[in-house]
Design a protein around this ligand. Sequence first.
Ligand code: UD2
Ligand code: MN
Length: 587
Amino acid sequence: MVVDMKNEESNGNDNIISSRSNTDKNGIHIIVGQYMGKGFPWINQINLTDDLLNVNNYSPLPNYGENGSPVYVPKMDHTQAKRLFAINQFNIVASDMISVNRSLPDIRKQTCRVKKYPDNLPDTSIIIVFHNEAWSTLARTVHSVILRSPHRLINEIILVDDASQRKFLGQELDEYMNKLSKEIKIQISILRSANRIGLIRARIMGANFAKGQVLTFLDAHCETTNGWLEPLLHRILIDGKVAICPVIDIINDQNFAYVRSFEAHWGAMNWALNFRWFSVGHAELKRMHKKNFDSTKSFRTPIMAGGLFSIRRDYFFELGTYDSHLQVWGGENIEMSLRIWQCGGKVEIAPCSHVGHVFRSSSPYSFGKKQVGDVLYGNLIRVAEVWLDDWKNFFYKVNPTAKQILHHDRNDILKDIEKRIDLRRKLNCHSFEWFLENVWPENFFPNTNTTFGHIQSLYSKECMQRPSNGVHPIGKVIMAKCSIEIYGPQSFIIPLTGETGYIKSDESVCIDANSKKTNASILLIGCNQLERQKWRYDSKFKQIIHIKSSLCITIDRRKTTLSLAKCLSNNNKRQAWKIISQNWNND
Ligand code: UD2
Ligand code: MN
């Protein structure tokens, strides 16, 4: 069935411009607490002709990519593969060599494989939104669902075309899906938006049309694995107020190998409200292990990645679907996660459900008339305004660009924001503080029980700063000229004077020292709740004392290097630090 829908707004202007997504292509990080992501959006213009863009070269070769194995493009096709990469920001030549019906390994752990589910699981509509998706990845998403889900649980499959311009996504797709639908006896609908509405409104469009008891959203370049659906629907059967995500595995963007990712990761966000993966928090691990631990049970996640999840249809609507003023891409996952948590629901990950996704290091499509950064910040500003309470001021202070963007485009960005604020009131939701304390106690946001500010050396007059080697703010703490204004890289969450605790910064990094070494360096590494990351600021000599070793942070004579040294009781300036506390929560 094909439905055509007209939509009110258009973003027009759809050249192929590449912009970055905040999701790292490697997906999941190995280092505890380390984040993924590559800084902020970039733009790079590419030139591709219509005949390259509109041709569907899907021509699978026997055995290629089977069982999730990588595909190596023959040498003679390398140039073409390189050239076409920018169309989708993945290797389309490799994808086109793999059958849309390829097999995948069963990567579930044993306890998941033998798990039995009740007969009365709710059924689901599968909703896949896309804009200019490649044929082979889109078709493989649909086929993987058909191949590896019990058909009685699939009410229908809904494809929402967000104004794609590719020829093969038109009539050819209609015909293909019609035929497939008849063969498998599952309704497949293609809803088409005449104008570019962005992924958020495209999903709302799909949800409005859906009839299943549950809505299951997938990106258009996914592959589901054995038994992926039952754990999601089972969790929803037990608790109707849960949005449940699969573990997102990695489909390599170069060779389409299926790579299992770590199950023990959850989602959260940094100070700029960008999504990040971190190790599951200690409090949640403790909760899970408290009563008879069941490794098949879902665990909580503060924020969901956004693209892949199931939710009861009635609950989705009761909660106010999505903020329909969010544009193109981004922020909707943060908005929805905060809304669900703060308004009495839960967001979880089912470790027995694995779905692969092609993580890309940049987005292949245009963000419309506005700059990418403006679109993203515009979306995040709405999230902050509705859900962050006092922390919205913190958001503006550590992201001055957001404040500028709001200043220039206030009316547009904050359009109808009262409606979302009203919704929050009607749903009688908890505060953001409640979210931080109860859902994400390991967070690294400022609060009233800690000091937020810069740390200045009384010897050099410079301030501690996060290293900026690449995108990961880990390494030795560096010293730099103190910023007068709040400046993210120099900002730390510090225990109150006299109290013991962690000195945290953005991206979940903590000040750390390995006191087993002599003259141990002062480092910033992923917060890990180990003793070596515990400190106390002592007011007498203004020393920062390492709890484990009773040594003090000391700056060298050349005023560049920090290390641990014996605490001196003579007011030694090289061990003296001033905590310049800053107001983070006022206007
Ligand atoms: C992640 C999510 C994605 C979404 C996004 C934030 C995963 C695996 N992916 O980024 O679902 O939550 O964060 O917004 O969690 N699309 C449209 N219209 C548009 C733009 C995109 O229909 O204007 C489609 C696109 O074809 C794709 C889906 O939306 O099927 C998600 O876009 P993406 O793959 O570029 O997002 P991703 O995975 O980088
Ligand atoms: Mn995606």
